[in-house]
Design a protein around this ligand. Structure first.
Ligand code: DHB
Length: 308
């Protein structure tokens, strides 16, 4: 009922973890393997190990979260090394790549190309938390050049993780670029970059890096995420699947993303706050709403949003 397919690869359900939360260490990835997440998505990886930004760098907020982690990760070689063990679960293994430069990205993607136990690369064009490194996805020329250089050699199934866009002209420009490449999927949205939360008691910011500015996730971002999924569903070639992410807490949230055109969804803030049991809960809730509405499979729902 909840199965989905992305570029020929079967996923046992349309729910998986979002890159970022609880997917950095070997143990965390193994736990994802044992969970009801239908895939294992790694933390965004860089060329070298990174400690990330100073603490505190994540805070739960009334309706979501703010973070400026700074890509703490083990370095891409570890995520390659873990692949054969992680594949014993039989789930798709998706390695997120977030090189700090174009040449880092190319080097990492080249190496992953030869690793058969990695099913997909999720090329992250949208990390908002590195000082002095603007989000690639907001620079359309840089995005196009990176994809051109990547697809000169890339044979691995590859998708891109996008930042949120807010203007129809931008959606159209980005879609025009993405449609030129054999992408397996786009994941939208990354956190809304550089938000600010104020704690009135202490009269201060709530995270230390970047003067308190950080990526906003959770309920705050859901309408923006749905809008991005919807627009890209309208504009992208139909062979590019859309993975929706942003503020999913319940099965009803997932149902909304499916209607807007997502073929799968990822869970970020809720997974941080609730742990791996969130996948089973949300899966049950989704099954319940599909049953109530007499849908047999998610394929009957994807993209069926009605206009009034
Ligand atoms: C981080 C945050 C992101 O939104 C992202 O896409 C990659 C990394 C981080 O701060 O670690």
């Amino acid at each position: 009922m909840l199965e989905t397919k992305i570029n020929g690869v079967n996923f046992s359900s349309c729910l998986m973890n979002a890159s970022g939360a609880r997917c950095e260490t070997y143990d965390e990835l193994i736990e994802l393997g044992k969970s009801k997440s239908s895939a294992i998505v790694s933390k965004s990886s860089t060329l070298e190990f990174r400690n990330g930004n100073e603490f505190p760098r994540y805070k739960k907020l009334p309706f979501g979260s703010i973070n400026s982690m700074g890509i703490p990760n083990l370095g891409y070689k570890k995520y390659i090394e873990f692949a054969s063990e992680l594949k014993k679960n039989g789930k798709p293994y998706i390695v997120s790549v977030s090189g700090l430069s174009e040449s880092d990205n190319i080097k990492i993607i080249k190496e992953i190309n030869s690793i058969s136990d990695i099913d997909f690369i999720e090329l992250n064009l949208s990390c908002p938390n590195i000082i002095g490194k603007p989000q690639v996805g907001y620079d359309f020329i840089q995005t196009k050049i990176l994809l051109e250089k990547t697809f000169e050699f890339n044979k691995k199934k590859l998708g891109v993780k996008l930042p949120p866009y807010f203007d129809f002209v931008h959606f159209e420009e980005v879609a025009k670029i993405l449609n030129q490449f054999p992408l397996s999927f786009v994941t939208c949205i990354n956190s809304i970059g550089n938000g600010l939360f104020v704690d009135i008691e202490s009269e201060s910011v709530v995270i230390k890096p970047k003067g308190g500015f950080g990526g906003i996730g959770g309920k705050y971002v859901k309408p923006t995420a749905l809008a991005n999924v919807r627009k890209f569903f309208e504009l992208l070639n139909k062979n590019i699947a859309i993975i929706g992410v942003g503020g999913i807490e319940t099965g009803i949230d997932v149902f909304e993303f499916l209607l807007c055109g997502a073929s799968a969804v990822q869970i970020g803030t809720t997974f941080v706050e609730e742990g791996a049991k969130c996948f089973e809960r949300i899966e049950n809730e989704l099954r319940e709403i599909l049953k109530q509405k007499n849908y047999k499979t998610i394929d009957d729902v994807i993209g069926k949003l009605k206009l009034i």
